[in-house]
Write a protein that binds this ligand. Structure first.
Ligand code: CA
Length: 255
């Protein structure tokens, strides 16, 4: 009765970039628990680093079974159990960032984006808040699975801005949903049926503001996961390295 466990290879990498004094991104890559996440923290005096660390720690803990028997944020009957667990993980992370923000003066107002992935059999459960992204590469075609919760992302969906305009817009860093923003956060959940050979990428905007989707697709398509992670970070540095860069590459091995 056990679901087929996908054979996968994964590589995660983070880099401070060329212009920021510290790295406020954090990631989680647990190939045993089949949980992967990227969090991009925001807030002054290194509080962003605290927010993204709290976020990935909470997700790791909840996905390892640390929520006990009940569902503190309710159980959505329209979602399977693994998706509910991932939702609970992100809402727990939200609550912990809010509590730390309230209890620690230096951390007031901190927040973090999150993009997370939990593999269950042949389904990837994707959850996110903010502008960190999850992409799928299948048969050489790159598809963004997450819709950015950001000011420019919303303008793009309205057809007001192109992807290229959004990438260079002065408001490109303004997120409209994040962990630590509000208590009634709505986590967006997206199921994605997987096929052998699929590659998933989780990343912070330090990659996507510097490197086009076309280039990301070429790198993922042409490299093993280890090379791909390094090539992606290098492409963001070559593009200017304006921000912290984090990538998690997960590939399901083919038959
Ligand atoms: Ca960032």
């Amino acid at each position: 009765m056990t679901a087929t466990r996908p054979r996968l290879v994964a590589e995660a990498l983070t880099d401070v970039g060329l212009r920021r004094p510290g790295n406020e991104d954090n990631f989680l890559a647990d190939a045993e628990a089949l949980v992967f996440a990227v969090a991009d923290g925001m807030g002054g005096h290194a509080a962003g680093e605290v927010a993204s660390r709290i976020a990935v720690d909470a997700i790791r803990e909840v996905m390892a079974g640390g929520i006990g028997g009940d569902w503190p944020f309710g159980f959505r009957s329209d979602l399977p159990e693994p998706a509910n667990r991932l939702r609970t993980a992100l809402l727990t992370a939200n609550r912990r960032v809010l509590e730390a923000s309230r209890d620690t003066p230096e951390c007031r107002g901190m927040a973090s984006t999150v993009a997370a992935l939990h593999l269950d059999g042949d389904t990837a459960h994707v959850a996110h808040a903010g502008d960190s992204r999850v992409y799928l590469l299948r048969g050489g075609t790159l598809t963004q699975l997450t819709a950015d919760h950001s000011w420019v992302g919303e303008r793009m969906r309205e057809g007001v801005l192109t992807a290229n305009e959004a990438r260079h817009h002065p408001f490109r860093n303004m997120v409209t949903r994040a962990l630590g923003g509000r208590g009634d956060l709505e986590v967006e959940l997206t199921p994605c049926p997987l096929l052998p050979g699929d590659t998933l990428l989780l990343c912070s905007d330090g990659l996507t503001n510097m490197v086009s989707d076309a280039r990301i697709g070429l790198i993922l398509d042409g490299c093993d996961v280890r090379e791909a992670a390094h090539e992606l970070v290098q492409a963001a540095l070559d593009g200017g390295g304006d921000d912290n860069i984090t990538v998690v590459v997960v590939r399901l091995e083919g038959d």
